[in-house]
Write a protein that binds this ligand. Structure first.
Ligand code: PLP
Length: 404
């Protein structure tokens, strides 16, 4: 008997969770597996943040918090947006949710009518598409190839907008590509959007602090202030402060949109965990050295991965500008054969082969709607990354019928 409603039929479980499950199963069979599938920092949450959670629990912050978020956390978000992003919001224009994921869900649930189109810049964070499908919207992927730095161009955006377009989901630094846009590129996209007042903009800025080579992050809403009344800035503490398990994300946008999102949240989860909100507020208002130290480690690992991939014939990787992933091109591997004689016909076959032959779990580009690529997370120690890349190099060298 099936328990799933029809609307679930089009929705896929998260690809990286699926890959990690395959990695766990291979491990259970006795294989030595390096899991580079999941997108979470390998660092522990800094102690001063944990201490704030402890204090909150001891101080009795143990009751239902306000649905929209505690005043202290929303005030911390207001301060952060002003200080770091040059954005001016009031606490009424901020919502705190169970991770940025729920902010995304709330926003789309609150606004999408059946058949509304949502523009996605492929490769994109897989959950975008599945939430849209779950809510009866129509995802419209726009391919942003490696040659274009995985970035959306104004011409592509203009060509994709129709009378049914409701949202542009914009994410930079990007997961999985690490793409970062220049100020001019963002303002040029803003110029296109200006002519389409029905289109809302969701700027997912969760990797803002993981930025390399001296780049400076600029928020979409700060560069396009006249679009502020239809922009939702989404962020969270998961990636910047190594707090994936605390499940705190936030959104800032027009008060009416935030009110509609709060209504959705009131029926799903109520306010996010009061103790985790206290910890997140401490993260945003406390010392920021940890953020810089994490970023320096990710930059070093990015360099390591870029250098090693350059030495593996058949794989390609331009240095990602931010985030902690490497989206590796594997076009030359398609059509090759494994030592067992199986033809690798897709990037999903490539990742299945890497899991089997190299014991390395990676996510296929198809999960992000752009092939042929595979994504590895660089949120692992230098030693683990070195071993994984040694193994990938050996497995690729074992392929037959390969013409670099
Ligand atoms: N947005 C992007 C682009 C992500 O990569 C992720 C997590 O991988 C999220 C949002 C969700 O983050 P969280 O729900 O942990 O805050």
């Amino acid at each position: 008997m099936s328990f799933a409603a029809a609307r679930l039929a089009a929705v896929n479980p998260s690809a990286s969770a699926w890959v990690s499950q395959a990695a766990r199963e291979a491990r259970a069979r006795g294989q030595n597996i390096i899991d580079l599938g999941l997108g979470e920092p390998d660092f522990d949450t800094p102690d001063h943040i944990k201490a704030a959670a402890h204090q909150a629990a001891l101080a009795g912050e143990t009751k239902y918090p306000p649905t929209q978020g505690t005043h202290a956390m929303r005030q911390a978000v207001v301060g952060k947006l002003a200080r770091e992003n040059g954005l001016s919001y009031t606490p009424e224009e901020v919502i705190v949710s169970n991770g940025a994921k729920q902010v995304l869900f709330n926003a789309l649930m609150a606004t999408l009518e059946p058949g509304d189109e949502v523009l996605l810049c492929a490769p994109y964070f897989g959950q975008y598409k599945d939430i849209v499908l779950l809510l009866g919207g129509r995802p419209v992927p726009i391919p942003c190839p490696a040659e274009a730095g995985f970035r959306l161009t104004p011409a592509q955006l203009a060509g994709a907008i129709t009378a049914k377009t409701r949202w542009l989901l914009f994410n930079q630094p990007g997961n999985p590509s690490g793409a970062v846009y220049s100020e001019d590129e963002i303002t040029a996209l803003g110029a296109v959007l200006r002519a389409h007042p029905r289109v809302l903009i969701l700027s997912d800025e969760i990797y803002e602090h993981i930025l390399f080579d001296g780049r400076v992050f600029r928020s979409f809403a700060a560069l396009c202030p006249d679009l502020r009344d239809r922009t939702l800035t989404v962020n969270g503490v998961s990636k910047a402060y190594a707090m994936t398990g605390w499940r705190i994300g936030y959104g800032a946008g027009p008060e009416a949109l935030i009110a509609a999102m709060t209504k959705v949240q009131s029926q799903i989860s109520s306010g996010a965990c009061s103790i985790a909100q206290a910890a997140a507020a401490a993260a945003l208002t406390g010392p920021q050295e940890c953020v810089r130290a994490f970023c320096a480690a990710f930059a070093r690992r990015r360099d390591l991965v870029v250098a090693r991939i350059a030495d593996i014939p058949g794989l390609t990787l331009d240095p990602p500008g931010g985030a902690f992933y490497a989206l590796i091109g594997c076009a030359a591997l398609i059509g090759t054969r494994s030592p067992e004689g199986e033809t690798l016909a897709s990037d999903a076959d490539v990742t299945a082969y890497l899991l089997r032959a190299a014991g390395v779990a990676a996510v296929p580009g198809s999960a992000y709607d752009l092939s042929p690529f595979f994504r590895i997370s660089t949120a692992a120690s230098d030693a683990v990354l070195e071993t994984a890349l040694d193994r990938i190099a050996r497995a690729v060298a074992d392929l037959k019928g390969f013409r670099p």
